[in-house]
Write a protein that binds this ligand. Sequence first.
Ligand code: SF4
Length: 371
Amino acid sequence: MSGLYIHIPFCRQSCIYCNFYFKNGRKHVAEYVDALLKEIELKLNKNSEAIQTLYFGGGTPSFLGNSELKTIFNAISEYVHPNDLKEVTLEANPDDMTASNLAEWKEMGIGRLSVGIQSFFDEHLKWMNRAHTAEEAEQALTFAQDLGFDLSLDLIFGIPGSSLEQHQFNMEKALSFNIQHLSCYGLTLEDKTPWKKLIKTKGYAKPDDEQGAEQFKLTMQYLKSRGWEQYEISNYCLPGKQAIHNSSYWKNTQYIGLGPSAHSYDGVNRCWNVADLNAYVEALNKGILPQECELLSDADKFNEYVMTALRTIWGIQIEEMKKRIDDITPTIERLEHYVSKGMLIKNEQSYVLTDRGKFYADALASDLFIA
Ligand code: SF4
C-alpha cells in the first residue's frame, strides 16, 4: 500500500511557533498548481502500488481555492482507483470551514478533516497569532459534524501562562463534538520561528518544561478516562479510528510526497523535495523533479524504525529489528535496562513505552540508535 501526501505551502498568516514550509498569502498559487501538476505526471505511475490514502497537508490546504483543489484532485484521480482509496484527509483551519466550502469538499470526495483548533481560548489563539477565534472554531466544528465528516482535531498544550484547568477545558470541549481523533502536541520552541525572535525582541515567554510535562500527564490521564486510545505519543483516537495515512509513517510503510518540502519513502530510498517554492517551480518547468534522495543504510532503517515504532502502542517488535540488522543482542540489553527502570514493558514479542517512559521517548530512542 502507498499513501500520497500533497504539501500545500500557503497560509493566511504565520503562527508564531511554526517551522513548516509555507508562504503567506495566495500570490503564487497559480504557479504552484501548474508545477504540482507536472510533478504528479513525472512522479506518479499508473502501474505502481495502489494508493490507499490521500493527505493534503501544509501550510493550510483549506486556504487554497476550491477550483485549485478540484484541479489537483482531477489530476491525481488518474492514478488512484476509487476502490483502493481508504482515507482522504484535508488539513483545514476553522476560518476556512464555511458551510459552502465544507459542502464542496464533501462533494470532491474528502471524508476526513484534520482541523487546527489548538485552543478554545481567544487569549491563546491571539498569542499564537492563529487566524481564527474560539467562536469560529466552534461554529466550524458544528458545520463539519453536521455534514458527517470524520474529524480529527489538533490541540496544543504547554502554551506559556496556560493552566491545567484551561487544558482540561480544551479537551472537554473537543470531545463535546462528534470527533474520532485527537492530536495533542506539546508546544516546542523551534529555530527560525517568529516565537524565537519575539522572545529576544519583545520579551515573549519561553516554554516551561514543567508545565508542559504536567499538561502532557493530564492529557494521557483524561483521554484514557474517556475511553480514548493513545496509539502514538501525540495521537489519540476512539477504538478503531486510527489515522490510516499517518499510521503508514509510524509503521514504516511506503509513501509518496508531492509539493515543496514533501518527503517520500519507497522502503529503500528517502527523498525530499526542495523547501523553496521558486526552486520547485523552476525545476518542474524544466521537467526535472526537485528532489534529493539518499539510499538508506541498514543502520538508518533500523534507527528510523526504532524512533517511530517506540512512540506507538505497538512498540518495538523483535522480529522487525531482526529484519533490519543481524545482531540485536546489544539493543535487547539496552531495552531490558529500560524495562528495569520502569520505562518500557516487555510483551512476548515487543517492547512498549510505559506512561513514565513516554516523557523520555526521544532520549530513549537516541540511546537505542546504532552507528
Ligand atoms: S496554519 Fe499551520 S502551517 Fe500555517 S503558519 Fe500556522 S501552524 Fe504553520
